[in-house]
Design a protein around this ligand. Structure first.
Ligand SMILES: [Zn+2]
Length: 413
């Protein structure tokens, strides 16, 4: 179809009222700057959904995320975490991972007027072009693959596009920042996992790993890596936050670190109060567990009441931007993004109660003097660049001689 005819048809289609009244509006000479794709790389909504299914297409009073609030927040793409609790390690982790990934597919399929399931940068862009938002899968906890590269490959085929190598537990091939180190970083098999993720085009996620595991990953990975939800350790000392040295190494690797919104990862004052509260409430929490050993509704309600009666010091949402600011200073403007951890965090900063509040971050960055382009990078374009590079490198690795990149590395179990 000639371009002019197509354009005329399009104008008639999208402006029926104007067309009917024969009002001709001048076409702007300069196209508006592209808005950029906004991406949040970590939300635990599927875990909440498994426990308490709800209508994702309607405003929900529980939790931090639903599709109307996703739209209100101007969010184009969300990675739903396929979080596999440590209790499943060596005890049905892969089956649980499939269950939660299947749940994510169902969560996306249930609302076709709002979202599309996506597995690539092209899929995210297509969803946005079709006036939808994208839902993707990120696996949380490398124990999910049960020490099998075949399982890893199957998870990729099922739609998973990143995997945190560990959760708070050290697994059979990688040390966690939340557990005793037993491997001095990555084992030889752990290195094969990273290489196979590179070959598949699955983003290697260093959130939750120990510092040594992180440096091993940087050394081994053939593609840029991500930290899907990690803040700055210079500003808040949580061991799962990233030191300036780690941020500099990530920058050199070409990767991107996404700031986590959890107050205890943003502020040492909150972390200290949180620890003290945990200590103080130990007997009450133990009593709740005795009352409801499966940690069901009674336990949950009791815990909620306990936390409400013992509030932590408030931290303002602007602290998130302080972390972004610092990480940009250390790693550079091309290496920072956002990974809220919404629905996985029991507390939120004041003013950042849910995903609909994201525009505040955009506005605060502007207020602090960030250029439009830089704001777009932080809000998602940096992640899109890295995801695109990982896809490109995977294609290159897959076309190499099988001997140079064996499909099944010899160290695999
Ligand atoms: Zn996490």
């Amino acid at each position: 179809m000639p371009k002019r005819v197509a354009l005329a048809l399009l104008l008639v289609a999208v402006t029926p009222i104007y067309a009917a009244r024969r009002v001709v509006k001048p076409v702007p000479k300069v196209a508006a700057a592209p808005a950029g794709i906004t991406v949040d790389t970590h939300a635990d909504t599927p875990t909440q959904f498994l426990d308490h299914p709800f209508d994702l297409g309607a405003l929900n009073t529980r939790g931090h995320f639903d599709y109307p609030r996703m739209k209100a927040g101007g969010l184009d793409a969300e990675f739903f975490a396929a979080y596999v609790p440590a209790k499943y390690a060596n005890k049905g982790a892969a089956a649980f991972c499939l269950k939660i990934m299947e749940t994510i597919h169902e969560m996306a399929d249930a609302c076709p007027t709002w979202v599309r399931f996506a597995t690539s940068t092209a899929g995210i862009k297509a969803a946005v072009a079709g006036n939808r938002r994208a839902i993707l899968i990120g696996i949380e906890g490398g124990h999910a693959i049960e020490d099998s590269l075949d399982v890893l490959r199957a998870f990729y085929r099922f739609g998973a596009r990143y995997m945190t190598l560990t959760h708070t537990n050290t697994n059979n091939w990688a040390d966690s920042s939340g557990d005793e180190p037993t491997h001095n970083g990555l084992t030889p098999f752990g290195k094969d996992v990273v290489l196979e993720m590179n070959r598949l085009g699955m983003l290697v996620d260093v959130s939750h790993v120990s510092d040594k595991t992180f440096y091993d990953v940087i050394e081994v990975s053939k593609a840029p890596v991500i930290a899907s939800h990690s803040s700055s350790r210079a500003l808040a000392s949580a061991p799962r936050n990233m030191t300036d040295e780690m941020l500099a190494a990530l920058s050199k690797n070409g990767g991107v670190a996404m700031v986590n919104f959890y107050p205890a990862f943003l502020s040492d004052e909150v972390a200290k109060a949180s620890k003290a509260r945990e200590e103080k409430l130990k007997p009450e929490i133990a009593a709740l567990k005795a009352k409801d050993p499966s940690e069901g509704a009674v336990y949950e309600e009791g815990l909620r009441a306990l936390m409400a009666a013992n509030p932590l010091p408030k931290v303002s949402w602007t602290v998130i931007v302080d972390h972004i600011d610092h990480m940009v200073k250390v790693a550079g403007i091309d290496h920072v993004g956002i990974g809220s951890d919404f629905d996985g965090i029991p507390e939120v900063p004041e003013g950042m109660e849910d995903i609909s509040k994201l525009p505040a971050i955009r506005a605060e960055l502007k207020r602090r003097g960030y250029a439009d382009d830089d704001v777009r990078k932080i809000m998602g374009e940096n992640f899109m660049r890295v995801f695109g590079e990982v896809e490109k490198i995977a294609k290159e690795l897959q076309t190499k001689e099988p001997a140079a990149a064996p499909v099944i590395p010899s160290a695999a179990k």
